[in-house]
Structures are given as structure tokens and as C-alpha cells.
Design a protein around this ligand. Structure first.
Ligand SMILES: [Zn+2]
Length: 251
């Protein structure tokens, strides 16, 4: 019996910390498994959908009318965190890497970053953003395609973007290409290893498929950012299963 249980433990290599372990299986839904890495605690959807599939889903989704924050408290935190991002940035140019319906970008523009660009690969989201906020500057493109523009920024807002890719390393390498040296980046994402995340993982309202593939732990995020040339300069304590950090590009 014990042997059978052992056999069932899936071995996988965590894309966040890059270590191999017998993963903890948190939930199963049809052919999908949600596996937690024994080393860093990050949770990954297995099999991981490829980027084409994720992009296709994200770009055809017409959910641009969804609320920009899970609840009002997050808006309050967002404003405080942007104030710190502004203080950490060494120049005025900012980019919102996934601007969605433009609400958060506009909030950032009005309060702290008059020179802000919002990008999103979803054409419907950009259409909504442009209609709502005519003083904003929005571009319908993906982070990957935008790297061809050669434009560089002093700060960036990555609100849940790092979870929407099957390759967080590639995402961060693309991000580096559009940042000036010493640029400051605000990362806001779920915390897959937070004590407040529901023990029945599928019941967590933040669990989504196929677009959200990684539920990165705090330890995992530190390792991932360090590996890609970022240093965490500020981490906010949270009672809810989210995490927010400001990191600096190391030149
Ligand atoms: Zn890991």
C-alpha cells in the first residue's frame, strides 16, 4: 500500500526554483493537477499550457469590464505601493505591462506617473481603456512584441503578469529589455504558499485556468527574480494570500 502511494507522488521540476522534487498534489480537476514544489512551495498547474494557448485565451477574453481589484482594500494597498515605486524610480517613464481595462494605469497616471504607457495584448481591453481614459496612452501589444520597439522605461507595473505565462524566466528577460539600468519594478501576484490560501486549492477564487499557471511563493519569487537580474528592495507584509514587492534591475 505504501509503495503504491509513493509511486503516485509525481516528480516534477519546479519552473520557479528549478529544483526537482516529489511534488505535493494540492488538487486535481479532470486532467489537471495543481502541484506544490517541496523546495520553494510554489504551485504549478500541470500539464502547463503552452504560451500560444494562454495568449489565445487572454486575447479573446472579453472580461475587460471586471473589477480592477479583487476588493477595495487592494486598491488602497496599490496606491501606497505605487507611491513607493515612484520614490524608487530614477526617472519619470513608467510602463504598465498588463493594463487590462486601463483603470489601474489611469490611477497611476493621475497620482504618480504622468508619463505612463499601458500595454495589453487583448484588443478588447485596449478598446475599453481608450474609450474610458482619453488622457491615457495605451498600446495593443504583448510584452514580447513590445521589446522590438526599443523603448525603455524607468519603472514598470507588473500586476499579476508573471503568473500568465508558461515561462516566467522568458517573461522577465523580455521585461529587462524594456527597462533602463536600475529601473524599479512593482510585482503584484498571488502567494501560492500563503497560510491563508484555502487548503482545498480549487476553492480559491484566484485559481484560474488556462491563463494563470503559476502560484508563486515568496521564496520562489525571490529566487526567480534573483536568477533574472532583479533584486527585491521592498516586500510588503500581507495577511491575505497576495504578495507585492518592489525590485530593482541590476545593471
Ligand atoms: Zn520550487
Amino acid at each position: 500500500m505504501l509503495e503504491e502511494i509513493k509511486k503516485d507522488l509525481p516528480e516534477f521540476t519546479c519552473l520557479i526554483c528549478q529544483k526537482t522534487s516529489d511534488a505535493f498534489q494540492l488538487s486535481v480537476f479532470e486532467d489537471l493537477e495543481f502541484l506544490a514544489c517541496q523546495h520553494c512551495g510554489s504551485v504549478t498547474t500541470t500539464p502547463i499550457p503552452d504560451d500560444e494557448f494562454i495568449s489565445e485565451y487572454l486575447d479573446s477574453s472579453r472580461t475587460a469590464q471586471l473589477a480592477p481589484f479583487p476588493h477595495n482594500l487592494e486598491k488602497k494597498h496599490f496606491k501606497k505601493h505605487l507611491q513607493d515605486l515612484k520614490a524608487a524610480a530614477q526617472g519619470p517613464k513608467c510602463i504598465d505591462v498588463k493594463c487590462h481595462n486601463g483603470y489601474r494605469t489611469e490611477l497611476a497616471r493621475m497620482r504618480y506617473f504622468s508619463d505612463i504607457t499601458g500595454i495589453d495584448s487583448n484588443p478588447f481591453a485596449i478598446e475599453i481603456a481608450e474609450k474610458r481614459f482619453n488622457k491615457g496612452y495605451f498600446i495593443n501589444t504583448s510584452l514580447k512584441d513590445f521589446t522590438d520597439s526599443g523603448e525603455k522605461f524607468d519603472s514598470a507595473i507588473c500586476y499579476h503578469g508573471l503568473e500568465y505565462t508558461n515561462s516566467p524566466d522568458e517573461y522577465l528577460q523580455n521585461l529587462l529589455k524594456i527597462l533602463n539600468d536600475k529601473a524599479a519594478v512593482y510585482f503584484s501576484l498571488c502567494d501560492g504558499n500563503h497560510f491563508m490560501a484555502p487548503s482545498n486549492f480549487l476553492k480559491w477564487k484566484e485559481v484560474r485556468y488556462p491563463e494563470r499557471t503559476h502560484y508563486i511563493s515568496r521564496e520562489g519569487l525571490d529566487t526567480l527574480l534573483k536568477r533574472n537580474g532583479f533584486k527585491v528592495v521592498k516586500r510588503y507584509r500581507r495577511f491575505l494570500p497576495y504578495q507585492h514587492v518592489i525590485a530593482r534591475k541590476q545593471s
